[in-house]
Ligand binder design. Structure first.
Ligand SMILES: [Fe+2]
Length: 223
């Protein structure tokens, strides 16, 4: 009888050990799941933007431009309660790469500008670009490259407009524009479909009131 009791007891011990192991595995699994869920819940707006763009990324199309514009609009609605944006406001970097996607090639950069800073007309090579103002205000003008009867190239301004905080503007390949910071410090997010430093972009002289002939579409240093 005493021997049987010992056997029962050993069986119980094994059963208890099995249960304990099962509970332990369950606890580990739950803990891991909770950590993943918590991480997703704690994702900041920058991480959300990057993941969302990565998910929808494709060759340029009207749909992609609309979606990226909408995602940038959400990004510029971020407040300085998020550490990464607070750091940009504190450190005011002239330029900072926030994200570079090595597989898909798109980039997200942040720029800080003071009032009065002017960037002369330029295109973006084969790239397309979206400008999203987070704070401050800038003026942009768009241009078309024309040729006179002698074949001499010159720029014609199409329009000028103010880009305020939370505004997003998109420029497609071939579009020409300039920027002037009107109210600073300006924090600007510049999303580019590819690294423009590796692109053959064209920069033009600052336009004057009269049509200034261009020197044969001279290639200038990359923006
Ligand atoms: Fe540009």
């Amino acid at each position: 009888m005493a021997s049987n009791a010992r056997i029962t007891c050993i069986c119980c011990v094994f059963r208890l050990l099995t249960w304990a192991l099962t509970f332990s595995q369950l606890a580990t699994l739950c803990g891991s799941t909770i950590k993943k869920v918590t991480k997703i819940m704690q994702r900041d707006s920058l991480e959300t933007f990057i993941e969302s763009v990565s998910t929808i990324w494709a060759a340029i199309s009207s749909e992609l431009v609309v979606e990226v514009r909408a995602l940038l609009a959400k990004l510029v609605a971020t407040t300085t309660e998020e550490a990464w944006l607070a750091a940009l406001h504190t450190e005011v970097p002239e330029s900072r790469e926030l994200y570079r996607d090595r597989l898909r090639e798109f980039l997200l950069l942040a720029h800080t500008e003071a009032a009065g800073l002017y960037r002369a007309p330029h295109d973006h090579g084969r790239g397309w670009v979206a400008y999203a103002v987070q704070r401050g205000e800038m003026q942009m003008s768009t241009y078309r490259r024309m040729h006179d009867l002698r074949g001499q190239a010159y720029l014609v301004k199409r329009e000028s407009f103010i880009v305020r905080a939370r505004d997003v503007r998109v420029f497609l390949p071939g579009d020409i524009h300039d920027t002037r910071c009107m109210a600073g410090p300006l924090t600007l997010f510049r999303f580019t479909s590819r690294d423009l430093k590796k692109e053959e972009v064209t920069r033009y002289p600052e336009p004057s009131q009269t049509a200034t002939p261009l020197s044969g579409g001279k290639r200038y240093e990359s923006l």
